[in-house]
Design a protein around this ligand. Structure first.
Ligand code: C5P
Length: 312
């Protein structure tokens, strides 16, 4: 009898809780939040890996996004990656360089997994001129993870691009000094880029030498992940993915909800920037800019990501 009373009490309590959530604020949003908690994927209203078996297949095919001491690059991946560079150093030299890298850098902590009790939100911020006048700044800053790229500046552009940066994806030629709390995500195109990291972070007698970033927050993209993005996402179009598209693919391993800002060429097909002088010669180079943009649109239409296309 007592246990029946307890069951009735618990049932009423659950119904009341659902009722309160349903009536408060965004109504159906809160109800779907409760349902998604019970769907076991994440605590966002919609989780990236929910539904769509094709999408899940592509995700499953991914190698580890970051290099680590334990990760072994295959000869096949190395051969693909070698094509992107002009110097022809052999596989052994690559392996020794990677080994030397991890004498300096601590192991990368594992990525936070999705879980029914958390909602990991990401803003992926490219450098497109369509950010100018967008007033996206506060919205971008609202995300848990804000990933920026290359030299995309903040100072003077706060209203449109925000102020928060948790990660910056860059390579030596596009590098900029990072503060102590921002992850440097290195996008290596060549062995020289790995050597550059070693040179920048190796213990130096010159204590005054300025560190480019916090050594404990350096993450190095895996060449196998580049190859995977080129083959699985871009169907081998272009020579290799752009920094922006690689960052988008990376965010799929870090976030449950992805909002994309600052992508898109101008009407002449130039990758114009929200900063600096207008340059009419910024074609998309070795990257399949059109293909990348189409995939972005498709992901948006399929509600996998939300693409904010700016104002210009
Ligand atoms: O120009 P940059 O390579 O620094 O920009 C970072 C990324 O932002 C690019 O790799 C590209 O994916 C994206 N971008 C874009 N449209 C622009 C400029 C940049 O989609 N007009």
């Amino acid at each position: 009898m007592l246990s029946r009373k307890i069951t009735v009490f618990i049932t009423i309590l659950c119904l009341t809780t659902i009722g309160v959530f349903y009536r408060s604020g965004s109504g159906s949003g809160s109800a779907s939040r409760i349902l998604s908690i019970y769907s076991n994927l994440c605590a966002c209203e919609k989780c990236l890996t929910e539904g769509d078996p094709d999408f899940r297949e592509i995700m499953k095919a991914s190698p580890k996004p970051f290099l680590s001491r334990e990760y072994e690059t295959t000869q096949e991946v190395f051969n693909w990656w070698k094509r992107l560079q002009s110097n022809k150093d052999p596989f052994d030299f690559y392996n020794t360089t990677v080994k030397n890298l991890f004498e300096i850098f601590p192991p990368i902590p594992p990525l936070i997994e999705s879980s029914p009790d958390r909602c990991r939100t990401c803003a992926v911020v490219g450098n497109s001129g369509n950010l100018k006048g967008s007033h996206y700044g506060p919205l971008i800053d609202f995300h848990d993870i804000v990933i920026r790229m290359n030299r995309g500046p903040i100072k003077g552009y706060e209203k449109d691009v925000g102020t928060k940066t948790t990660h910056r994806v860059m390579y030596p030629e596009s590098s900029t000094l990072l503060d102590n709390t921002t992850h440097l995500v290195m996008f290596p195109f060549k062995i020289k880029d790995l050597q550059w990291l070693i040179q920048k972070f190796a213990p130096s007698k010159n204590k005054a030498a300025k560190r480019i970033a916090n050594k404990d927050l350096v993450m190095i993209l895996n060449p196998a992940f580049m190859k995977y993005v080129h083959e699985m996402w871009l169907k081998k179009k272009g020579r290799y993915p752009s920094t922006g598209f690689m960052t988008l693919a990376l965010s799929m391993h870090m976030c449950d909800e992805i909002n994309v800002f600052g992508f898109g060429a101008d009407s002449d097909g130039n990758w114009y920037h929200y900063f600096g002088a207008v340059n009419k010669n910024l074609r998309t180079g070795p990257h399949p800019g059109g293909q990348e943009y189409d995939i972005l649109q498709q992901l948006h239409k399929a509600h996998k990501i939300h693409f904010y296309n700016g104002w210009q």
